[in-house]
Design a protein around this ligand. Structure first.
Ligand code: HMG
Ligand code: MG
Length: 326
């Protein structure tokens, strides 16, 4: 098997992980998580979303989170220019921050701030399932594509990278199983719009390795393997197996969530993304490099779980914490 030797992980915990939390999570806590993730070596973090606060109240503090991101960037630039160590080793590396923008209103809000508070990358998010598209973003797939066109164009004109998230690529909470042809069609629409990279999402974590490979192969008809990532929720405990199945196809980029946080408000019963800790433990065990310090990553997960009053939802984290305690 010719597996990738390096994997890039995008931690989506601050966004996908926290968007469904019922208790208010202060922006300072979100930033505390972001800071710890970059200190652990994460170079890409999905930090918030510019969606309607009526739909997703937890992301209503997006501007405040991006102000904090601006502060982190300035601190990092200062530490790079002096060459000195800072509180976070991660600050020596350039971190890419992404946000979700479902429409022009979202993009306009994201770039209304000073330049150093802009996202490096925006995410337009569509679905392979009609019913999920309606529930999640209140429009059909075709309408969503119409809305995304000007968003993609404007983002690229502003020098912002564009990623596309494709929800329900194996199963939908409302429509059941999703055929790969529907994924292929959505990937083609994303490509035509100028979306530079797409994430193949198993929104409700029902996928198993072969089905996930079919969804990835459908996407690979339009995108090169370097422009495709896996985004697997772990509802049925299949996400690690699905990650391995993706690696077998040469896919080397994954969205994961610190401490296994999360779920989508429009996919009832679906749990969070696979825990970043579990994926990193697996990859390192396979000799695949991630640039992430697992111990520091575990500390980040402990921090956010503590703030939420629970234990990290990661088997690797639990095992390593038990070992530390012993
Ligand atoms: P809509 O109601 O159809 O929008 O919502 P509208 O254009 O008719 O506007 C209605 C109201 O919303 C207006 O305000 C707008 O100003 C406001 P009002 O006049 O009533 O006071 N509005 C906005 N406010 C702030 N930011 C905006 C915005 N747009 C309109 N960008 C909309 C359409 C998409 C906005 C809505 O359906 C929405 O916000 N949905 C939330 C979607 C979401 O965040 N879902 C979770 C993230 S996706 C996910 O988790 C999946 C992923 O992880 C991959 C996977 O796992 O599958 C990515
Ligand atoms: Mg998701």
């Amino acid at each position: 098997m010719n597996l990738p030797s390096h994997v890039k992980i995008v931690d989506v915990g601050p966004r996908d992980g926290l968007q469904n939390e019922k208790q208010p999570v202060p922006a300072e806590v979100k930033l505390g998580l972001i800071e710890r993730l970059q200190a652990a070596g994460l170079t890409e973090i999905e930090v918030t979303s510019f969606v309607s606060p009526k739909w997703v109240p937890q992301m209503g503090d997006n501007a405040e989170v991006m102000r904090g991101v601006g502060r982190l960037r300035r601190e990092a630039a200062a530490s790079r220019s002096t060459g000195g160590a800072t509180i976070a080793d991660g600050q020596r590396t350039r971190v890419r921050y992404s946000v979700l923008t479902p429409n022009m209103k979202g993009l306009e809000a994201a770039i209304a701030a000073p330049r150093d508070e802009w996202p490096d990358e925006i995410v337009v998010f569509g679905a392979a399932s009609e019913a999920f598209s309606q529930k999640n973003i209140n429009c059909s797939i075709a309408e969503s594509i119409e809305r995304f066109w000007p968003v993609v164009e404007a983002a690229r004109e502003h020098g912002i990278r564009v990623r596309g998230a494709m929800s329900c690529t194996v199963g939908c909470p409302y429509e059941g199983e999703i055929a790969p042809e529907r994924v292929e069609r959505l990937a083609g629409l994303m490509k035509a719009m100028g979306v530079q990279h797409v994430g193949v999402a198993d929104t409700i974590g029902v996928g198993t390795p072969v089905k996930v490979q079919r969804a990835l192969e459908a996407t690979l008809k339009h995108y090169a393997v370097d422009d495709v990532s896996g985004h697997f929720h772990d509802t049925y405990g299949q996400a690690l197996a699905n990650t391995l199945a993706s690696l077998e196809l040469g896919v080397w980029q994954f969205d994961t969530s610190s401490a296994g946080l999360g779920g989508c408000p429009y996919a009832k019963g679906a749990t969070g993304n696979v825990a970043t800790e579990d994926v990193v433990y697996m990859l390192h065990g396979m000799g695949i490099e991630t640039g992430i310090d697992l111990d520091r990553l575990i500390d980040a997960g402990v921090y956010i779980s503590g703030a939420l009053g629970r234990e990290p939802n990661s088997r690797a984290s639990k095992a390593i914490l038990n070992k530390r305690a012993g």
